[in-house]
Design a protein around this ligand. Structure first.
Ligand SMILES: Cc1cc2nc3c(=O)[nH]c(=O)nc-3n(C[C@H](O)[C@H](O)[C@H](O)COP(=O)(O)OP(=O)(O)OC[C@H]3O[C@@H](n4cnc5c(N)ncnc54)[C@H](O)[C@@H]3O)c2cc1C
Length: 543
């Protein structure tokens, strides 16, 4: 039994993740009547702040900000809606087993790296300059709709040809050496790329961590250099490549986005679990909820992972057979294990003692001393589900934002990489979660022996929990691997890179579209542009 709600919308968006909200805000700003339909009782998707232990709040999934596009920040007036972002005092801190440590970021990086290799210290500026040239190209592409593979005659292909021409023109502005660098960064492994620049292990680990974040592969897997690059195209308050913290946590970003969308008239519905996209006469005409309610709309936009959309929310019979087969092969699975802990006190690192807040407590604290360690963690996870020497990044946001914890107390995020998305022995993550959580805490304890004693409460997200809670297929934090075969014109699939799905009136606006994952707002921005264009050109008619 289904009931159609009275209101009929121009646009119904499935999912109130940050991209759904951005898409809603832009569509509403263009005068369209928009509904956001979110399954959970809070908007934000993976970018939320929640109380996970009495009195302790944290960004429970995504935890650090850089990639959020400055145009989105401006257009939606996120600052006016309460968003404030601060920089970390130090980018990264790597405690090492031999009693040394590396601090990265700020004016002392060169001196710090020189402790391990004076040649590496001299090469830092060159490395950053090269990376910057290529990330500048990426930055220019982030808010564009990639050239799309189209069927039909020359006319249909013309606009795509023009886009390709513009792209080629941009590449021509690069010097030959820069083009070689770009090719390398798009195809090589992060490990090979970094080995080409540096000799000492800790600096390669500090930079190489970005090449394995959310990317379930060895740092020596081809294509992982792109993942490294993907983590470098952001900025904080105009400072390129820097990572920071949103005061109030990542939820402050999405709450500001929701306010912006609502201020322009978008309706945001919580607790609306979409069960199916309604398709009539080959067109998407609405969204049916799990309780049988139908929200009618001229266009349906999916903020969810494309695999989830086409596998679970659309009748297979209305999809082209070839499309169905290929989207079933869309690769998802991040290898991420995520914990939030409430702390009685700050970790006291053996290599840099002190429980009083210091610069290194504000950093991304990486427990993974080398690329070889990361590679081994991946091999171990492939063989047995996780490594006994896992990769952990510890971030303590309450050092920058005391509002998250009671006075004198702290909250920390543990972002652990390279656990198997599904366990190789066929057991469930539900049976292993506590054990693996203990291992992650013990891994920090090995460097800061007061850590486990300081833990007052903990929240655990295995890959299975990430899927159940946030709808992230295989726990994939990016809505699909950032492999060359799933990027740019091929995201989520060749022929569907224009944010339009294979059914008339169906659009995609989530991280499974260009430019991919991270809290960027870019897919939502780009999808809204295409959607609004289709209304303006009369391909879609207003409700
Ligand atoms: C553990 C973790 C750590 C991360 N760390 C960072 C970080 O520090 N910095 C960063 O930039 N990025 C980070 N990311 C990546 C980033 O958070 C995501 O790529 C990004 O949030 C994706 O945004 P989205 O709006 O496209 O999708 P999502 O945030 O996944 O939102 C999709 C929305 O759809 C809803 N939904 C699902 N199914 C239905 C349904 N049937 N009906 C209605 N609604 C539905 C979901 O509840 C959700 O709200 C992290 C992600 C994770 C999981």
């Amino acid at each position: 039994m289904t009931a159609t709600t009275g209101a009929s919308y121009d646009v119904a968006i499935i999912g109130g993740g940050h991209n759904g909200l951005v898409c809603a805000a832009y569509a509403a700003m263009a005068g369209l009547k928009v509904a956001v339909l979110e399954r959970r009782d809070v908007v934000g998707g993976a970018a939320v702040t929640e109380e996970f232990f009495p009195g302790f709040r944290n960004s429970v999934a995504a935890y650090t900000v850089s990639l959020l596009n400055p145009k989105v920040v401006r257009d939606l007036d996120l600052a006016g809606h309460g968003l404030k972002i601060v920089e970390r005092e130090l980018a990264n801190f790597l405690p090492l087993a031999d009693g040394r440590y590396l601090k990265v970021g700020g004016e002392h990086t060169r001196q710090e790296v020189a402790k391990f290799s004076s040649r590496d210290a001299e090469r830092l500026d060159g490395y950053h300059a090269r990376l910057q040239t290529v990330t500048d190209v990426l930055r220019e592409l982030v808010l564009t709709t990639p050239p799309n593979m189209v069927e039909g005659g020359a006319l249909a292909a013309l606009s795509e040809l023009l886009k390709t021409g513009r792209l080629a023109n941009r590449m021509r502005r690069l010097a030959p050496d820069e083009r070689r660098e770009l090719l390398e960064l798009f195809t090589a492994s992060a490990g090979d790329y970094l080995d080409g620049w540096f000799d000492s292990a800790p600096i390669k680990a500090a930079y190489g961590f970005d090449g394995i974040v959310g990317h379930y592969a060895s740092p020596y897997a081809a294509g992982s250099a792109y993942v490294l690059l993907h983590h470098c195209f952001g900025e904080v308050n105009g400072r390129k490549g820097v990572w920071g913290h949103a005061i109030g946590g990542m939820g402050a970003i999405t709450q500001a986005m929701a306010k912006a969308a609502a201020a322009h008239g978008a309706d945001i519905r919580l607790g609306f679990a979409a069960r199916e996209v309604v398709v009539e006469n080959g067109r998407a005409t609405g969204v049916a909820s799990a309780t049988g309610e139908v929200v009618r709309a001229r266009a349906v936009v999916a903020n969810v992972n494309p695999k989830l959309l086409y596998r679970d929310l659309i009748d297979a019979a209305v999809l082209p057979a070839g499309f169905r087969e290929r989207i079933a092969r869309y690769r998802c699975g991040s290898g991420t294990f995520r914990m939030n802990v409430a702390l009685a006190e700050l970790p006291d690192f053996t290599v840099l003692p002190g429980r009083e807040r210091a610069g290194h407590h504000t950093a991304g604290i990486i427990i993974a001393p080398s690329l070889a360690y990361m590679e081994q963690a991946y091999f171990d996870a492939r063989a047995s589900g996780w490594s006994r020497r896992p990769i952990v990044e510890l971030v303590i946001p309450s050092t920058l934002d005391p509002s998250l914890a009671p006075p004198g107390r702290h909250v920390a995020s543990l972002f652990c990489q390279h656990v198997a998305p599904t366990l190789p022995d066929g057991s469930s993550w539900d049976d292993q979660r506590e054990r693996v959580a203990d291992l992650m805490i013990a891994t920090v304890d090995a460097h800061a022996p007061n850590f486990s004693r300081a833990v007052l409460g903990r929240q655990i997200f295995t890959p299975l929990d990430l899927e159940r809670t946030f709808g992230l297929v295989g726990g994939d934090i990016f809505h699909g691997a950032l492999d060359l075969g799933q990027l740019f014109s091929a995201r989520p699939m060749l022929g569907y890179a224009s944010y339009r799905g294979p059914i008339a009136g169906l659009y995609m606006c989530g991280a499974g579209t260009h430019p991919g994952g991270g809290v960027t707002g870019a897919p939502g921005h780009n999808a809204a542009r295409e959607l609004v264009r289709d209304f303006r050109r009369g391909r879609l008619r207003r409700a």
